[in-house]
Write a protein that binds this ligand. Structure first.
Ligand code: DQA
Length: 157
C-alpha cells in the first residue's frame, strides 16, 4: 500500500482510556445492564479498532479510587493528546474529576455502556460531561469505539 504523506505532524496521537469504579468487574457485573464482555476484551477491541487510524497510540487505566483517577488525569497533560473516559459512578458525584479534566485542558469524550438518561434519576445528571467535548451513552461496548472515533476526528482537525 502507498503511504500517503500527510501535512499534519507525523507524531503519534496518544489517547488515554480511563475507566472508573466497578468497571473492572465487567463481564459478571449486572450483565443485563452492562453486557457480558470483560473490560480486558473491550480494551482489546479498542486497540484493534485504533489500528484502522493513522498513528494512534492507546493507553489504558482503570481505578476504583477517585484520587487515583484525578492523579492520572493530571499526569495525562504532558503525555496524551486526549482522554476517553467512563467515570462510572463518579460521573454523578465527582466535582474533583470534572475539575481535573478542565484543569488539564485536554479534549475528553465521556462514554457510558448503558443509557444513563433512561435509568434512575440520579444517573441522569453527569457532573463530568460539561468538562468534556461530548458524551456517548447507551451503545454498550460500541460506546467506547464511537467515543474513540469522535475523539480522533476532533484531534485531527
Ligand atoms: C456507567 C453508568 C453509571 O451510572 C454507573 O455507575 C457505572 C457504569 C455505564 O457505563 O453505563 O458504573 O458509567
Amino acid at each position: 500500500m502507498i503511504k500517503k504523506t500527510l501535512n499534519k505532524k507525523e507524531n503519534n496521537m496518544k489517547i488515554l482510556v480511563l475507566n472508573g469504579p466497578n468497571l473492572n468487574l465487567l463481564g459478571t457485573r449486572e450483565p443485563e445492564i452492562y453486557g457480558t464482555t470483560t473490560l480486558e476484551s473491550i480494551e482489546n477491541e479498542i486497540l484493534e479498532y485504533s489500528k484502522s487510524f493513522h498513528n494512534v497510540e492507546i493507553a489504558f487505566f482503570q481505578s476504583n479510587h477517585e484520587g487515583e483517577i484525578v492523579d492520572k488525569i493530571q499526569e495525562a497533560k504532558s503525555l496524551y493528546d486526549g482522554i476517553l473516559i467512563n467515570p462510572a459512578a463518579y460521573t454523578h458525584t465527582s466535582v474533583a474529576i470534572a475539575d481535573a479534566i478542565k484543569a488539564v485542558n485536554l479534549p475528553a469524550v465521556e462514554i457510558h455502556l448503558s443509557n444513563i438518561n433512561t435509568r434512575e434519576d440520579f444517573r441522569k445528571k453527569s457532573l463530568t460531561a460539561p468538562s468534556c467535548i461530548g458524551q456517548i451513552s447507551g451503545f454498550g461496548k460500541t460506546s467506547y469505539l464511537a467515543g474513540l472515533f469522535c475523539l480522533i476526528k476532533h484531534l485531527e482537525k
